[in-house]
Design a protein around this ligand. Structure first.
Ligand SMILES: [Zn+2]
Length: 402
C-alpha cells in the first residue's frame, strides 16, 4: 500500500489500487488467507483476476493484461436478466472476461417502466438491482465480469451521483465498490470543463477503487436517446494533445484509474457501408505522442476503449486493439441478435403460437410449452450469446483465461 503512492504519481496510467485489507497484513491468519486467495485461478490471467465481479486492482490488472496481450473485452449493453445472463453464458463459452454495461435507460427498464423515475430514482435502483443480480450469479459462470455503466452526460449527473453513493455504501460494508467502473461522457462540454468535472469525480471514485471511463471528441450516431448524428465531423476525431491533457490531469489524482473513449470516427449504430470512416491510426499517434511527452518506456501509456464498434471492419477493430484498446462496446449488434432469436423462434413455431389451444397436431392440443415466455426469451438469449462469441473472436478475447 505504501509503495504504490509514489509509483502512481509518476506513472499515472500504470495505476494500482491498494487492496482494501492491506492494513491487516500483519495479522498472520489473515495474511495466510490472502496468500491462499492470491493463487492463480486462470492459468493465463494475473493472479488477482478471479471468477465473479472484478474491481479495483484486479480490474486494472485485467485491463493492463489485455493491453499487453492484445485483446479487448466486449462491453455489452444489457436491459434485464435475459441479456445479462446471455453475456455471462457467452463468456463461459468463449473462455474470456465480459463487461456487463448498464445504461441510464437500461437501468430504468430493469426497475420497470412504470416505476417512479423522479430524480432518476428508477434508473439508479435498476442499475443497482442489476449489479446485485450479477454479483449473486457471476461466480456460477466461472468467468471474470466487469460491472460498468455507459454514457453519462452533464444533465444526467444526478444518476451518476446516485450510483457513486451506492458504491460508497457497498464499499463500507465489503471493502470494494458495487460496480467496477463508470463512464462520464462530458464530451459536449469544453475540454477544460469535461476533464475538470471528471477530475472531481475521479478524486471521489479513486477513494473507493472505482475506475472512470471518460470521453473525448464525440461518438457520432444515436444511442439511448442521445442523437449525435448531425455533429460537426471534425469533432469525431480526437487530437493527441487533448488526450495527453486528460492523462495528466486525471493521472495527478492519487490511486486514479481511468480509460479513455477517444473518438476516431466511430459512430453508434449500424450504417450503410462507406458511411463510417474509422481512423484507428489516431489512437496509435496518440500513444506515440504521450510516450514522447512522458519519456516513457511504455509504448502504449493510455488505456483506450472503443464505442460504436457495431458494423466496423474486423481489420479496423484489430488495428485499434493494437493501439491499446482494451474494451469495445457492443449494443446494436446484440440488440439485433436477441430480436433475431425471438423472431426465428416465432417463425419456426408460428402455428403453435396462435392460441392457447389448437395447433397442427389437433384442435384440442394445448400450446402452453410454446408460449411459455421462457421459450422465446431463451431463443433470444441463445442468439445473443452466439453473437457475442463471434464478437469475442473479433476482439481476440476468446480462450484468454486458460
Ligand atoms: Zn457509446
Amino acid at each position: 500500500m505504501k509503495l504504490s503512492t509514489a509509483a502512481l504519481f509518476f506513472i499515472p496510467a500504470v495505476v494500482a489500487f491498494a487492496p482494501p485489507q492491506a492494513a491487516f497484513r500483519s495479522n498472520p491468519a489473515l495474511f495466510a488467507t490472502e496468500t491462499a486467495a492470491e493463487k492463480t485461478t486462470f492459468s493465463k490471467m494475473p493472479a488477482s483476476v478471479k471468477p465473479g465481479v472484478v474491481t479495483g486492482k484486479a480490474l486494472v490488472d485485467l485491463l493492463q493484461h489485455a493491453k499487453k496481450e492484445g485483446f479487448a473485452i466486449p462491453g455489452v449493453n444489457i436491459v434485464g436478466t435475459n441479456s445479462i445472463n446471455a453475456c455471462m453464458e457467452a463468456a463461459k463459452k468463449y473462455g474470456g472476461p465480459i463487461m456487463v454495461t448498464f445504461s441510464k435507460g437500461g437501468g430504468q427498464f430493469i426497475a420497470g417502466k412504470a416505476a417512479d423515475n423522479s430524480d432518476d430514482a428508477a434508473s439508479i435502483a435498476g442499475c443497482v438491482a442489476g449489479a446485485k443480480h450479477v454479483r449473486e450469479v457471476a461466480k456460477l459462470y466461472g468467468v471474470p465480469v466487469v460491472l460498468h455503466t455507459d454514457h453519462c452526460q452533464k444533465a444526467w449527473l444526478p444518476w451518476f451521483d446516485g450510483l457513486i453513493e451506492a458504491n460508497e455504501e457497498y464499499y463500507k460494508e465489503h471493502g470494494e465498490p458495487l460496480f467496477s467502473s463508470h463512464m462520464l461522457d462530458l464530451s459536449e462540454e469544453s475540454l477544460e470543463e469535461n476533464i475538470g468535472i471528471c477530475k472531481q469525480y475521479m478524486e471521489r471514485m479513486a477513494k473507493i477503487d472505482l475506475l472512470l471511463e471518460f470521453e473525448l471528441g464525440v461518438t457520432g450516431g444515436e444511442e439511448d436517446g442521445v442523437d449525435n448524428s448531425d455533429v460537426d465531423s471534425s469533432r469525431l476525431y480526437t487530437q493527441p494533445e487533448e488526450v495527453y491533457y486528460a492523462y495528466k490531469e486525471l493521472g495527478s489524482v492519487p490511486n486514479a484509474a481511468f480509460t479513455c473513449a477517444a473518438s476516431f470516427g466511430n459512430v453508434h449504430g449500424v450504417y450503410a457501408p462507406g458511411n463510417v470512416e474509422l481512423k484507428p491510426e489516431i489512437l496509435h499517434n496518440t500513444q506515440a505522442y504521450i510516450q514522447e511527452k512522458e519519456g516513457s518506456d511504455d509504448s502504449k501509456p493510455m488505456l483506450f476503449v472503443f464505442h460504436g464498434g457495431s458494423g466496423s471492419d474486423v481489420k479496423d477493430i484489430q488495428y485499434a486493439i493494437e493501439a491499446g484498446v482494451v474494451k469495445m462496446n457492443i449494443d446494436t449488434d446484440t440488440q439485433w441478435a436477441f430480436w433475431d432469436g425471438v423472431r426465428e423462434y416465432e417463425a419456426t413455431n408460428r402455428e403453435y403460437l396462435q392460441g392457447q389451444i389448437g395447433n397442427p397436431d389437433g384442435a384440442d392440443k394445448p400450446n402452453k410449452k410454446y408460449y411459455d415466455p421462457r421459450m422465446s426469451l431463451r431463443a433470444g438469449e441463445e442468439a445473443m450469446a452466439a453473437r457475442l462469441c463471434q464478437a469475442a473472436e473479433d476482439l481476440k478475447c476468446n480462450g484468454v483465461l486458460n
